[in-house]
Design a protein around this ligand. Structure first.
Ligand code: SF4
Length: 363
């Protein structure tokens, strides 16, 4: 398949590997921000192709992993109500809440509908006029335009029984939070190519300047990852910093303007809780005043109480690259994909699940 097969070519990956090996003269630590990149790295054993002195650490870019427990608890409460249907992508269903996951709520008779696109929710709302239909709107800048578009469509269709439970987050404030932690040892970043496809380059150029680090906007195939690492190593070894676009087949300098327009029409920036990490200032997207009538947290307020993650779960450390999944005492013992203690063991983008499924660390 064009644009994919050539970026999985073992010969091309090997050429890149040799370039990285030739150019590396000292230890460097590089964080890949996105969970999909973590998955590609671990699944394809890319770390084993690199010199021992290159340390890859995994970042917070797994949307399921950073959605707060309180949002899951709220969705579970709504699903168990007689008059509500909660619509969600499949990855969210098994994420532990304080007492139940959405899947467990469904097993208890809760109404949880699996969707493949946010706009599926509009059809469900139109077909179930006697029910309140709630879209669980989570994720990064990649999902926010789709959720915003869905809300605009609901407005145009004058749907009265549709609302959204919002937990949208943005990447740059999370990178700032990670870089402000005195425990970090990051020399360079692989930025998430799909987020930059939407948002463009400028926010990351600012971050590279602010923290004087190389940042390579990177795609998701094995060669993409190796190219991003190669660009970071070249900059680090030359003592330079700045933004490099290693994913030009998708990312244009100013991003996707229609997607940005609908995102900005519906959402505005606010502080946001990240699961395991806490509040990161200005890292969330909430509904603008004009769209508050679709806000499920106002229309159907949460009446229960939420607890934090199980104390055995160190997902906050894992999501900030401070610990590897295999350093968690519960990894592969009390915590497995069948019985997850934390969200990173659930999602296909979660570092703990990637290690469990593909890494020799799980043995
Ligand atoms: S292995 Fe499980 S308990 Fe440990 S950090 Fe990952 S999700 Fe949390």
């Amino acid at each position: 398949m064009k644009y994919i097969d050539e970026f999985c070519s073992p010969e091309a990956v090997d050429l890149c590997r040799r370039s990285i090996a030739r150019n590396t003269s000292q230890p460097w630590t590089i964080m890949e921000v996105c969970g999909s990149q973590t998955n590609t790295i671990v699944k394809n054993g890319l770390e084993s192709l690199l010199p021992d002195s290159i340390n890859l650490i995994h970042g917070p870019g797994c949307p399921v992993c950073v959605t707060p427990t309180s949002i899951i608890d709220h969705a579970v409460e709504l699903a168990l109500r007689q008059d509500c249907i909660v619509c969600s992508f499949g990855d969210m269903l098994n994420v532990p809440g304080s007492s139940l996951s959405l899947l467990q709520a469904r097993a208890q008779g809760g109404k949880v509908q699996l969707i493949y696109s946010p706009t599926d929710t509009l059809k469900i709302a139109a077909q179930n006029c006697d029910k309140q239909v709630v879209l669980l709107a989570i994720g990064f800048e990649t999902t926010a335009p789709l959720n915003a578009h869905c809300i605009v469509q609901a407005e145009q269709q004058q749907l009265r029984n549709f609302s959204v439970l919002v937990s949208q987050v943005t990447v740059p404030p999370a990178i700032r939070a990670i870089m402000s932690n005195p425990r970090h040892n990051i020399d360079a970043f692989l930025a998430a190519g799909h987020v930059c496809t939407i948002m463009g380059e400028s926010e990351y150029a600012e971050l590279a300047e602010e923290y004087q680090v190389p940042i390579a906007i990177t795609g998701f195939e094995p060669l993409d990852i190796m190219l991003g690492i190669n660009h970071c190593i070249a900059a680090l070894e030359q003592g330079t910093f700045g933004l490099m676009n290693s994913y030009k087949r998708s990312v244009k300098p100013t991003g996707n303007h229609p997607a940005q327009a609908v995102l900005n029409r519906v959402f505005e920036i606010a502080d946001q809780q990240w699961r395991g990490i806490g509040c990161i200032p200005n890292s969330g997207l909430v509904l603008r005043e004009e769209y508050k009538r679709f806000d499920a947290s106002l229309l159907h307020p949460f009446t229960g109480t939420s607890n934090a993650d199980a104390t055995a779960c160190i997902s906050g450390e894992v999501l900030q690259g401070l610990k590897r999944p295999s350093q968690c005492p519960s990894f592969g013992t009390q915590c497995t994909p069948e019985h997850p203690l934390g969200a990173p063991m659930v999602s296909s983008e979660g570092a703990c699940a990637a290690y469990y499924n593909y890494s020799s660390d799980a043995l």
